[in-house]
Design a protein around this ligand. Structure first.
Ligand SMILES: Cc1cc2nc3c(=O)[nH]c(=O)nc-3n(C[C@H](O)[C@H](O)[C@H](O)COP(=O)(O)OP(=O)(O)OC[C@H]3O[C@@H](n4cnc5c(N)ncnc54)[C@H](O)[C@@H]3O)c2cc1C
Length: 437
């Protein structure tokens, strides 16, 4: 019998109410036989949103989660909600053309809107921690920021503001950044609280949720599907796989798992720092730099710093994680001096080779919503809507993602190649910064 792992010891878990889910300690494990129209596998935001949107459209839905709701990346991330994908807009445009890239980007913004509207309609604005987002340049941009702003405005209808050094100096006490693009539509949330809210909303529309129910086999039987856990079995007409990187670790469904590369990233939160922090970082929205594996951070609970960064294809927790991220913080804000890191945790993101999610029908009756990489808060919401609308209403918008196939990630060799590519990009970033002085 499977014993679920508790949520990772994070700032979010520590701030959650004791009885984390309405009705007590969570959801029961599946025990025995069950029937549903659709079985969703994975209780992260992709699975939860899909299940909610299906049930809302009148379908009988059952969701299986191996551990706890929001146990994976969805309950551990930095909480930034903004438009776009893990893959950049320029790369999408070069590959697919302007019109296709524009439609994809619009869908990604629909995902931002979905999260925002869910919070408002559930009267849970308290889950929002701050608004606005700054994308920070660590090298002198020249006129690149203005050109980018104009391009995004004229071609994609995005309204971003250029912040020069002096404007940045008003809100960030560091000389490390040379300019930024400000996105007023971005905001940040407590992601674990949001995952819990989505679970409550699922329950509200009749989704049967089971935790501690790791799926070990997914098989086609006649016109339907048989989904097996260690203690139960679900018979259903259709399946949605939303297991991301953790699905690979659980050996959930090999034809899909082999296309997903688990990539780890890390987050710390500090003790309350008082005016030391609030005088240093006066911006209350999302902050991230534009390097490939750059720093991302925000102020939480008035005067604590939540800081994320680094990526690796290693699955274990790195040695002295808290000290390493503390050193990263002090490189930008040395005036914060000595402080205690209260929580340090890691999470796995599911990347594909093309850095775009896998969304749509994998084979008849088997749907996927996975591979969101480091840009999942908006895109999981978007994918949930697209997959549910496809199954329930025949909506074909998911076919915009058809060019992004489930290509083999290369197994161990793929992981090594990705790690080497990451080091190469890091070295290029460092070189560019050194040249800029
Ligand atoms: C540290 C960190 C910081 C991040 N910061 C941001 C950010 O600021 N903004 C942003 O947009 N994105 C961010 N991301 C990315 C974002 O969190 C993810 O893209 C998104 O949460 C993925 O959601 P998901 O539902 O696909 O996967 P997950 O949340 O990982 O959920 C998958 C679920 O499937 C379950 N599962 C796996 N196998 C099985 C099985 N066999 N049977 C049953 N259940 C199974 C797992 O237990 C897990 O709960 C970050 C990620 C990390 C790790």
């Amino acid at each position: 019998m499977s014993v679920p792992h508790e949520h990772v010891a994070s700032f979010y878990r520590a701030s959650a109410p004791r009885a984390a889910f309405a009705g007590g300690d969570g959801f029961l494990a599946l025990d025995g036989r069950a029937h549903a129209e659709i079985c969703v596998i994975g209780g992260g935001l992709a699975g939860l949103t899909t299940a909610h949107e299906l049930a809302r459209r009148g379908r009988r839905v059952l969701l299986l989660e191996a551990d706890r709701i929001g146990w994976g990346a969805s309950g551990r991330n930095a909480g930034f909600v903004s438009g776009g994908f893990a893959e950049g807009l320029d790369a999408l445009e070069a590959r697919l053309g302007l019109d296709h890239a524009r439609r994809l980007h619009d869908l990604s913004r629909m995902g931002v809107q979905y999260v925002a509207e869910t919070l408002v309609s559930s009267d849970r604005r308290d889950i929002v921690g701050g608004r606005g987002g700054l994308s920070l340049w660590r090298t002198p941009p020249g006129d690149a920021l203005d050109r980018r702003q104009e391009r995004l405005a004229s071609l994609y209808g995005l309204r971003l503001d250029v912040w020069d050094r002096s404007r940045l100096a008003d809100v960030l006490a560091t000389s490390r950044y040379h300019g930024a693009l400000h996105d007023a539509a971005a905001f940040h949330i407590d992601p674990l609280a949001y995952a819990r809210l989505m679970a409550e909303r699922c329950r509200g529309v009749g989704v049967w949720i089971f935790e501690a129910s790791p799926v070990c086999r997914v098989a086609q039987v006649g016109a339907g599907w048989r989904v097996e856990t260690d203690r139960g079995v679900v018979h259903c007409e259709q399946v949605v796989l939303a297991t991301s990187a953790y699905g690979v670790l659980n050996h959930t469904y090999r034809p899909l798992d082999r296309a997903i590369l688990p990539v780890a990233t890390y987050v710390v939160t500090t003790e309350p720092l008082g005016a030391r922090l609030t005088d240093t970082i006066r911006f209350r929205g999302c902050l991230s730099d534009t390097r490939r594996a750059g720093d991302y951070y925000r102020v939480v609970a008035e005067d604590r710093l939540l800081w994320g960064g680094r990526i690796t294809t290693r699955r274990g927790e790195p040695h002295r994680l808290a000290e390493r991220l503390k050193a990263d913080i002090l490189r930008i804000y040395p005036q914060l001096g000595d402080f205690k890191v209260e929580f340090a945790w890691s999470g796995l993101m599911g990347y594909t080779r093309h850095r775009m999610p896998l969304i749509g029908q994998f084979k008849p009756g088997l749907w996927v919503a996975t591979g969101f990489g480091g840009h999942g808060l908006n895109t999981t919401a978007m994918a949930g809507v697209l997959v549910a609308a496809a199954i329930a209403e025949g909506d074909d918008r998911w076919t915009l993602f058809a060019p992004f196939k489930a290509r083999w990630g290369g197994g161990v060799a793929g992981r090594v190649a990705t790690q080497i590519e990451y080091w190469r990009l890091q070295a290029l970033d460092r070189f560019a910064e050194q040249r800029a002085g």
